[in-house]
Design a protein around this ligand. Structure first.
Ligand code: COA
Length: 172
Protein backbone atom coordinates (compact mmCIF):
# COMPACT_ATOMS: atom_id res chain seq x y z
CA UNK A 1 0.00 0.00 0.00
CA UNK A 2 1.27 3.47 -0.86
CA UNK A 3 1.26 5.84 2.12
CA UNK A 4 2.26 9.50 2.32
CA UNK A 5 5.66 10.62 3.65
CA UNK A 6 3.77 13.31 5.53
CA UNK A 7 0.68 15.38 5.05
CA UNK A 8 -0.51 18.84 5.93
CA UNK A 9 -4.20 19.08 6.83
CA UNK A 10 -6.43 22.07 7.57
CA UNK A 11 -9.48 22.18 9.83
CA UNK A 12 -12.70 23.94 8.85
CA UNK A 13 -11.63 26.84 11.08
CA UNK A 14 -8.29 27.17 9.29
CA UNK A 15 -5.97 25.49 11.80
CA UNK A 16 -3.16 23.65 10.04
CA UNK A 17 -1.73 20.42 11.41
CA UNK A 18 1.01 18.16 10.15
CA UNK A 19 0.79 14.39 9.94
CA UNK A 20 4.39 13.22 10.23
CA UNK A 21 5.48 9.58 10.26
CA UNK A 22 5.94 8.02 13.68
CA UNK A 23 9.57 7.95 14.86
CA UNK A 24 11.28 6.04 17.66
CA UNK A 25 10.89 8.81 20.24
CA UNK A 26 7.13 8.85 19.81
CA UNK A 27 6.79 6.08 22.39
CA UNK A 28 6.14 8.91 24.89
CA UNK A 29 2.97 9.99 23.12
CA UNK A 30 1.88 6.34 22.93
CA UNK A 31 2.35 6.08 26.67
CA UNK A 32 0.39 9.29 27.26
CA UNK A 33 -2.47 8.08 25.06
CA UNK A 34 -2.53 4.78 26.93
CA UNK A 35 -3.33 6.78 30.07
CA UNK A 36 -6.42 8.44 28.58
CA UNK A 37 -9.47 6.42 29.69
CA UNK A 38 -11.58 6.86 26.55
CA UNK A 39 -8.64 5.99 24.30
CA UNK A 40 -8.30 2.59 25.93
CA UNK A 41 -12.06 2.24 26.03
CA UNK A 42 -12.66 2.83 22.32
CA UNK A 43 -9.45 1.54 20.75
CA UNK A 44 -7.08 -1.37 21.15
CA UNK A 45 -4.57 0.70 23.10
CA UNK A 46 -3.62 -1.27 26.21
CA UNK A 47 -4.06 0.83 29.37
CA UNK A 48 -1.10 2.52 31.02
CA UNK A 49 1.71 0.95 29.01
CA UNK A 50 5.24 0.88 30.40
CA UNK A 51 8.08 2.48 28.42
CA UNK A 52 9.26 -0.88 27.12
CA UNK A 53 5.83 -1.79 25.74
CA UNK A 54 5.36 1.69 24.25
CA UNK A 55 8.74 1.38 22.52
CA UNK A 56 7.77 -2.07 21.20
CA UNK A 57 4.53 -0.67 19.79
CA UNK A 58 6.37 2.10 17.97
CA UNK A 59 8.98 -0.37 16.66
CA UNK A 60 6.13 -2.48 15.28
CA UNK A 61 4.69 0.61 13.54
CA UNK A 62 8.07 1.23 11.92
CA UNK A 63 8.28 -2.41 10.74
CA UNK A 64 4.79 -2.25 9.25
CA UNK A 65 5.69 0.89 7.34
CA UNK A 66 8.99 -0.59 6.13
CA UNK A 67 7.11 -3.69 4.94
CA UNK A 68 4.66 -1.55 2.93
CA UNK A 69 1.70 -2.63 5.04
CA UNK A 70 0.61 0.81 6.22
CA UNK A 71 1.82 3.82 8.11
CA UNK A 72 1.21 5.62 11.35
CA UNK A 73 1.51 9.37 11.84
CA UNK A 74 1.78 11.84 14.67
CA UNK A 75 -0.66 14.73 14.47
CA UNK A 76 1.37 17.85 15.18
CA UNK A 77 -0.51 21.07 15.92
CA UNK A 78 1.60 24.15 16.64
CA UNK A 79 4.72 22.56 18.10
CA UNK A 80 2.88 19.82 19.96
CA UNK A 81 2.33 16.16 19.22
CA UNK A 82 -1.37 15.95 20.05
CA UNK A 83 -2.50 12.63 18.66
CA UNK A 84 -2.05 9.93 16.13
CA UNK A 85 -3.65 8.53 13.00
CA UNK A 86 -2.69 5.47 11.07
CA UNK A 87 -3.64 3.28 8.18
CA UNK A 88 -3.28 -0.47 8.15
CA UNK A 89 -4.51 -3.28 6.01
CA UNK A 90 -6.22 -6.53 6.81
CA UNK A 91 -5.97 -7.90 3.33
CA UNK A 92 -9.31 -6.36 2.44
CA UNK A 93 -8.05 -2.81 1.92
CA UNK A 94 -6.91 0.11 4.03
CA UNK A 95 -8.51 0.98 7.35
CA UNK A 96 -7.91 4.01 9.58
CA UNK A 97 -7.39 4.30 13.32
CA UNK A 98 -6.83 7.48 15.34
CA UNK A 99 -6.81 9.08 18.80
CA UNK A 100 -6.27 12.55 20.19
CA UNK A 101 -5.10 13.76 23.58
CA UNK A 102 -8.02 15.47 25.37
CA UNK A 103 -6.19 18.82 25.30
CA UNK A 104 -6.46 18.97 21.50
CA UNK A 105 -10.05 17.86 21.08
CA UNK A 106 -13.00 19.82 19.81
CA UNK A 107 -10.97 21.76 17.21
CA UNK A 108 -11.77 19.62 14.19
CA UNK A 109 -8.30 18.06 14.10
CA UNK A 110 -9.58 14.48 13.95
CA UNK A 111 -11.99 15.29 11.12
CA UNK A 112 -9.18 17.06 9.21
CA UNK A 113 -6.71 14.20 9.77
CA UNK A 114 -9.22 11.50 8.76
CA UNK A 115 -10.36 13.46 5.67
CA UNK A 116 -6.78 14.26 4.71
CA UNK A 117 -5.36 10.77 5.02
CA UNK A 118 -8.40 9.06 3.48
CA UNK A 119 -8.37 11.57 0.61
CA UNK A 120 -4.69 10.93 -0.01
CA UNK A 121 -5.21 7.15 -0.12
CA UNK A 122 -8.15 7.45 -2.53
CA UNK A 123 -6.16 9.82 -4.72
CA UNK A 124 -3.34 7.27 -4.83
CA UNK A 125 -5.30 4.34 -6.13
CA UNK A 126 -7.19 2.82 -3.20
CA UNK A 127 -10.82 2.18 -4.25
CA UNK A 128 -12.07 2.69 -0.71
CA UNK A 129 -10.93 3.40 2.86
CA UNK A 130 -12.54 1.67 5.84
CA UNK A 131 -12.84 2.27 9.58
CA UNK A 132 -14.59 0.55 12.48
CA UNK A 133 -16.13 2.07 15.58
CA UNK A 134 -17.02 0.23 18.75
CA UNK A 135 -20.73 0.57 19.52
CA UNK A 136 -21.31 3.76 21.55
CA UNK A 137 -18.31 5.73 20.32
CA UNK A 138 -20.39 8.72 19.22
CA UNK A 139 -17.43 11.10 18.88
CA UNK A 140 -15.70 8.83 16.39
CA UNK A 141 -18.96 8.16 14.51
CA UNK A 142 -19.31 11.92 14.13
CA UNK A 143 -15.72 12.26 12.90
CA UNK A 144 -16.29 9.63 10.21
CA UNK A 145 -19.65 11.09 9.18
CA UNK A 146 -18.11 14.56 8.87
CA UNK A 147 -15.27 13.07 6.80
CA UNK A 148 -17.82 11.61 4.38
CA UNK A 149 -17.73 7.96 5.44
CA UNK A 150 -20.91 5.88 5.10
CA UNK A 151 -21.99 3.68 8.01
CA UNK A 152 -22.35 -0.01 7.21
CA UNK A 153 -23.34 -3.14 9.10
CA UNK A 154 -22.55 -4.05 12.66
CA UNK A 155 -19.98 -6.81 12.82
CA UNK A 156 -18.28 -8.84 15.53
CA UNK A 157 -14.47 -8.79 15.63
CA UNK A 158 -12.57 -12.06 16.27
CA UNK A 159 -12.09 -10.92 19.89
CA UNK A 160 -15.87 -10.61 20.36
CA UNK A 161 -16.10 -6.79 20.24
CA UNK A 162 -19.08 -5.48 18.25
CA UNK A 163 -18.17 -2.72 15.81
CA UNK A 164 -19.81 -0.73 13.07
CA UNK A 165 -18.03 -0.80 9.73
CA UNK A 166 -17.57 2.47 7.85
CA UNK A 167 -16.43 3.12 4.29
CA UNK A 168 -15.45 6.01 2.10
CA UNK A 169 -15.30 5.23 -1.59
CA UNK A 170 -13.35 6.98 -4.30
CA UNK A 171 -15.43 9.62 -6.09
CA UNK A 172 -16.77 8.34 -9.45
C1 COA B 1 -12.60 10.38 18.32
C2 COA B 1 -11.71 11.57 18.67
C3 COA B 1 -10.37 11.43 17.90
C4 COA B 1 -12.43 12.84 18.23
O1 COA B 1 -11.65 13.96 18.58
P1 COA B 1 -12.24 15.45 18.46
O2 COA B 1 -11.15 16.41 18.71
O3 COA B 1 -13.48 15.53 19.27
O4 COA B 1 -12.62 15.46 16.91
P2 COA B 1 -13.05 16.70 16.03
O5 COA B 1 -13.01 17.97 16.83
O6 COA B 1 -12.29 16.63 14.76
O7 COA B 1 -14.58 16.35 15.65
C5 COA B 1 -15.40 15.72 16.55
C6 COA B 1 -16.83 15.77 16.08
O8 COA B 1 -17.55 14.89 16.93
C7 COA B 1 -18.40 15.65 17.79
N1 COA B 1 -18.25 15.06 19.10
C8 COA B 1 -17.15 15.06 19.89
N2 COA B 1 -17.39 14.39 21.03
C9 COA B 1 -18.69 13.95 20.92
C10 COA B 1 -19.52 13.18 21.76
N3 COA B 1 -19.09 12.72 22.93
N4 COA B 1 -20.78 12.92 21.33
C11 COA B 1 -21.22 13.37 20.15
N5 COA B 1 -20.46 14.09 19.28
C12 COA B 1 -19.21 14.37 19.68
C13 COA B 1 -17.90 17.06 17.71
O9 COA B 1 -18.95 17.96 18.00
C14 COA B 1 -17.44 17.12 16.25
O10 COA B 1 -18.52 17.18 15.35
P3 COA B 1 -19.04 18.57 14.74
O11 COA B 1 -17.81 19.24 14.18
O12 COA B 1 -20.02 18.16 13.70
O13 COA B 1 -19.63 19.34 15.87
C15 COA B 1 -11.43 11.67 20.20
O14 COA B 1 -12.66 11.75 20.89
C16 COA B 1 -10.64 10.49 20.74
O15 COA B 1 -9.40 10.46 20.67
N6 COA B 1 -11.36 9.49 21.28
C17 COA B 1 -10.74 8.31 21.86
C18 COA B 1 -10.10 7.44 20.80
C19 COA B 1 -11.09 7.01 19.73
O16 COA B 1 -12.27 6.87 19.96
N7 COA B 1 -10.54 6.78 18.51
C20 COA B 1 -11.34 6.34 17.38
C21 COA B 1 -11.54 4.87 17.40
S1 COA B 1 -12.64 4.35 16.10
Amino acid sequence: MLVPDGLSVTTTTGEVALLRPVAEDDWRLDQELSRVPDVTRWTYYPPDVAEEEARRRVARNLEIRAAGRGGRYIIVAGDSAVGTIGVGTRGSGPFLFYALLPVARGRGLAIAAVSGLAGWLLAHGEPFVAASTMVGNTASERVLTRAGFEPGELDVEPDGVTVRRWRLGAPP
